[in-house]
Design a protein around this ligand. Structure first.
Ligand SMILES: N[C@@H](CCC(=O)NCCCC(=O)O)C(=O)O
Length: 267
């Protein structure tokens, strides 16, 4: 079933839910969201970000979801608690943010029920996979056959977020139609998808075979997760512009994502 233009498209700016994560500064816990994640939501998707703190539990998740037209799960340096996918923690030296885990998993469940468009970046994509019962490689860099996808924190940001490796989109997929068969992406992650969650399929792979993008073609809504960072200087990257435009379009209800497999994103 193709993506079809809908008649009930929203005329005003859509509201997109984002969740903040915890960072400690000057001995105070802060709830934070990076400017780079919000900028393409405002400037490319044409939407209004609504930021939800994750330090107060899940009681108000439904109220937040009532207010929004889409859900955008950002990246973050913290790793997802591996007990959520049935594993011991193999990276105790890395930070976790269990409040964000708890809230984001509840948000994903609610967004799926409400058929709200979902875009997940890096940790956000990993959360989507865990929410649907998938698992992660906790240390991609220690897995035989896989490359080291981590950034070098000693280098300046333009190097860390610069193009790092090619990805290939799944031939004939809507992502291939949108951004082409092959493109270069940045890479700033130690973990990655091992087994896919229920109803999720790979949309792109790295040269080492690691899953770089996922969707949920049978959920009847826009679901996209990417392991790279399209939000970084998105206005200067034609692929990123297309991704955020597609998400904005889905949040405005301009297209009906009945089956992303047959997507016709030519409009
Ligand atoms: N901890 C996970 C997720 C990595 C991730 O989301 N990195 C983001 C880096 C900071 C940022 O740009 O927001 C992993 O290591 O795989």
């Amino acid at each position: 079933m193709p993506i079809t233009q809908t008649t009930s498209a929203k005329k005003s700016k859509p509201i997109i839910l984002m969740t903040m994560g915890q960072q400690d500064r000057n001995q105070h816990p802060y709830q934070v969201m990076t400017h780079k994640y919000m900028q393409p939501i405002v400037e490319i998707a044409g939407a209004i970000p609504l930021l939800m703190p994750t330090c107060f539990g899940i009681e108000d998740v439904d109220r937040y979801l009532d207010m929004v037209d889409g859900v955008y799960l950002s990246g973050a340096g913290s790793n997802i608690d591996p007990s959520l996918y049935g594993q011991e923690n193999l990276t105790p030296e890395k930070s976790q943010d269990v409040n964000r885990d708890t809230v984001d998993l509840a948000i994903i469940a609610g967004a799926l029920k409400r058929k709200l468009p979902i875009l997940g970046i890096c940790r956000g994509m990993q959360e989507l996979n865990i929410a649907l019962g998938g698992t992660l490689y906790q240390k991609v860099y220690s897995e035989p056959g896989f490359d080291d996808h981590r950034e070098d924190p000693q280098t300046p940001n333009h190097v860390q977020y610069g193009p790092r490796h090619p990805i290939k989109t799944v031939p004939g997929s809507w992502l291939a139609k949108l951004i082409g068969d092959k493109t270069m992406v940045n890479s700033l992650h130690g973990q990655g998808i091992c087994t896919l969650g229920k109803g999720l399929e790979a949309l792109a792979y790295g040269e080492d075979g690691l899953i770089e993008a996922i969707h949920g073609p049978d959920y009847g809504q826009f679901i996209l997760g990417v392991q790279w960072h399209p939000e970084w200087q998105a206005n200067d990257n034609p692929d990123s512009i297309k991704l955020f435009q597609a998400f904005g379009s889905a949040c405005r209800g301009e297209v009906s994502w009945q089956s992303a497999n047959d997507a016709k994103l030519t409009a």
